[in-house]
Each structure stands twice: as structure tokens, then as C-alpha cells.
Design a protein around this ligand. Structure first.
Ligand SMILES: [Zn+2]
Length: 395
């Protein structure tokens, strides 16, 4: 049995049963029936079919509520796998991930100026083959390949043209990867896949209106609207990194002036810290600034790094205020290399939001930090799972 065909050809109730059992971890038949409003004979038929196909399995007994202890069901973690790929500007990671979101195997390549899209596709091809043979996973258990990468990605033309990305312009990446891997490939921008990782494996599980702020090399925003990713007409919704927050600001890489990224990109953060060190007459200023050094200093409690992080988080906070007022979400998750670097980021963002959201009682969004590691590879896998279960074209 091919797992992808099985899921795609299943009816909505069957898909919903798999999704609910997966989300709950373990659940009894009685609890499942009471949550899903499906007639008992239908539920029995669905569960029997899923057990026969080794998608669900019985996993022990629940606590007794008087009477016989009910048998618990769980999703068989070996029934389906996906490849999640983080196609970044400095690194490429390929991970095999099971349906529970466990990272089974990971291959990583630090890229150089000599790399081209062609050399990266070759790396991805050999990494996926190596992992499959090492883990002895049959191709019939693969749902597909999901890629997270910097935007913008144009869903109408299925072409990717991120700034400064291995010389790529109008890149037919999905076709290139599908030809190389002989597997279905789905691509989305890094903020959207990080949000999907939260929806399937993290803090957005079971929620409907969620914003994910991906504060990393650049800044993007994933929007979960009524439980689905909102992509806009041309697939470019949520590109908040290039929203202008200072009309007199510095020139951005996109050509405009005063974009959010001119304050919050990791390059901007390193430069801000360097300026402060120079102003303080600190000798370290003679060396070029590095983002990772700023974060190391921040975690050691160094005052200039702390001041830098607080100022940058303040700009990020203003962007979060604008997003909250546009979408009125129930939860805002802050992630990415800067977003997850230190608790001061979410503290400062929350403070700015509290101070600036219009009519304090109108917006009640909780603001939190992502706790997922490897968000983009996990999100690539989540993109594939989402695609398989929903029949939705993402790109
Ligand atoms: Zn810009």
C-alpha cells in the first residue's frame, strides 16, 4: 500500500480520525466517537480499516472509569514519513521526519559562494537516497518532500526569486527537485513552513487564528486564518520584512527605504551592536560584527548586546502590533534565530504590544516563543502532511 495514495483517497471522516488520534497521542474509541460526531458503526468501520492498514494501532489500556478499561489507539509512527528541507542562504538541511514530527535523520551542508542551485539539488538528491537506505524506509511510506526557503515565491508562476539566493531568478525549483527526487515536492516560504510546524507539532496545535513571526536572516510572517495558511492572491502574503516602518530610514536590500528588515535582519543587529561598541570605545569594535557573537554575548549578560536586543525587539514589537491589529489572532509565536535567541525578545515584544494595541481589551492575543528546534525542516514535513490531508494546492 502506498501511504500517500491511501490518505488522498480516504474520505474526510477517515482523515479527521487520523488527524485527531495523532493530535491526542492516545485516545479510546469512546472518546474519539464523542469528539467527532460520527455514527458508531461508521467509526468502527473506519478504525478497523486504519488498523488493518497499520496506520492506527492499539496501545494499551486507559484508566478505568468503572467497568472495563477501554483500549487506547495511537497513530503508528512508522506508517508515514516526509522529507523536510531547509533551503537557506548559508546552509541546506535535509531531514527524514515521521508522522509524529520526530526527526529520524538529518544531513546538513554549509554552502559557499561556489554553490549553485544545481549543486544544492545534487546534495539534496544524494542526502535523501543516503537517509532512505540508512534508515531502511520504503519509498511507499513517503508522503513527499516539503521545502522551506526565503520568499518571495510566486504561486501563480511557481517560480522562486528570493534576493541574493545562489544567483536564482524565476527559478522553477519544484520541477527541478521533482525530476531529481522522483517524489512530489511542495515549497513554501520559511515563515509559512515554520507556522505549519507549530500547527502540526507545536504550540498552534488545534488553534485557528495564529500569527508566526519568523525573525531570522530576514523577517517574515506566517498567517493561519481559520486553520489554514493565508497566502494571498499571488502567494506573497505576510512579507512584513519589507513593510516600511521609518519613512526616513536606511536603504533596504529590496531598494526601498526604512523597511522593517533594515532594523531587525541579523545583519542589521550585528551592525547595531558594532556601532554601540564603537561609541563606547570598546576595542572589540575593531573586528567585524557577527550576529552569532552578539547572541553569545547576550546569553552571557553583556550590557551592549542586551541593549541591542532590546532595541531591535522594540522594532519587532511595533511590527507585531501592526499585525495583531490587522488580523486579531489568538496567538502570536515568535521564532527564528533572533526570535528564539533569548527570553528578552518576547518580553520586549509583549511590552510594546501591551503599550500600543488600540483599546486594551480588544486584542487578547497571547505572545509566546517557539519551542521547536529545526523549525524549517519540521515545517517542510508539516507542509507535506498538510498537503496530503487537505488536498490543497500550496504552490
Ligand atoms: Zn525592503
Amino acid at each position: 500500500m502506498n501511504i500517500l495514495t491511501f490518505i488522498q483517497e480516504s474520505d474526510k471522516n477517515t482523515k479527521d480520525v487520523i488527524k485527531l488520534v495523532r493530535r491526542k497521542g492516545t485516545v479510546s474509541r469512546v472518546d474519539l466517537a464523542s469528539e467527532m460526531d460520527i455514527p458508531k458503526p461508521t467509526m468502527t468501520r473506519i478504525i478497523n480499516k486504519l488498523i488493518k492498514n497499520q496506520i492506527l494501532r492499539e496501545s494499551g489500556l486507559a484508566e478505568s472509569t468503572g467497568g472495563r478499561r477501554p483500549v487506547l489507539l495511537e497513530v503508528n509512527k512508522d506508517c508515514a514519513y516526509s522529507f523536510g528541507i531547509d533551503l537557506g542562504r548559508k546552509e541546506v538541511s535535509v531531514a527524514l521526519i515521521n508522522i509524529h514530527g520526530d526527526l529520524v535523520s538529518l544531513r546538513n551542508k554549509v554552502t559557499s559562494e561556489q554553490d549553485t542551485i544545481g549543486s544544492l539539488v545534487s546534495f539534496i538528491e544524494s542526502a535523501t537516497k543516503d537517509i532512505l537506505s540508512e534508515q531502511d524506509v520504503s519509498a511507499s511510506k513517503l508522503l513527499g518532500v516539503g521545502v522551506g526557503m526565503p520568499g518571495p515565491l510566486n504561486k501563480m508562476s511557481e517560480e522562486a526569486s528570493p534576493h541574493d539566493f545562489y544567483g536564482a531568478e524565476n527559478l522553477p525549483l519544484r520541477t527541478m527537485l521533482e525530476d531529481a527526487l522522483s517524489l512530489p515536492v511542495t515549497i513554501d516560504n520559511d515563515a509559512n513552513v515554520a507556522l505549519l510546524a507549530e500547527k502540526w507539532f507545536g504550540k498552534a496545535s488545534g488553534l485557528q487564528q495564529v500569527i508566526y513571526i519568523y525573525s531570522d536572516v530576514g523577517v517574515g510572517c506566517g498567517i493561519l486564518m481559520n486553520g489554514e495558511i493565508y497566502r494571498g492572491m499571488y502567494g506573497e502574503a505576510g512579507e512584513i520584512g519589507h513593510s516600511i516602518i521609518d519613512v526616513h530610514g536606511d536603504r533596504c536590500e529590496c531598494g526601498k527605504y526604512g523597511c522593517l528588515e533594515t532594523f531587525t535582519s541579523i545583519k542589521a543587529i550585528a551592525l547595531r551592536a558594532e556601532k554601540k561598541r564603537k561609541a563606547a570605545g570598546n576595542h572589540v569594535a575593531s573586528k567585524p560584527a557577527h550576529f552569532s557573537q552578539v547572541i553569545d554575548d547576550l546569553n552571557e549578560g553583556e550590557p551592549i548586546a542586551r541593549e541591542t536586543a532590546e532595541e531591535v525587539a522594540q522594532y519587532l514589537g511595533i511590527a507585531v502590533v501592526n499585525v495583531i491589529q490587522s488580523f486579531d489572532p489568538e496567538l502570536v509565536i515568535i521564532g527564528g534565530q533572533f526570535g528564539q535567541s533569548h527570553p528578552v525578545v518576547v518580553e520586549k515584544v509583549s511590552e510594546v504590544v501591551r503599550r500600543n494595541t488600540h483599546k486594551k481589551n480588544t486584542y487578547k492575543a497571547e505572545i509566546t516563543t517557539s519551542e521547536l528546534q529545526n523549525s524549517i525542516v519540521l515545517g517542510g514535513a508539516a507542509l507535506v502532511i498538510n498537503h496530503a490531508f487537505l488536498h490543497k494546492q500550496t504552490m
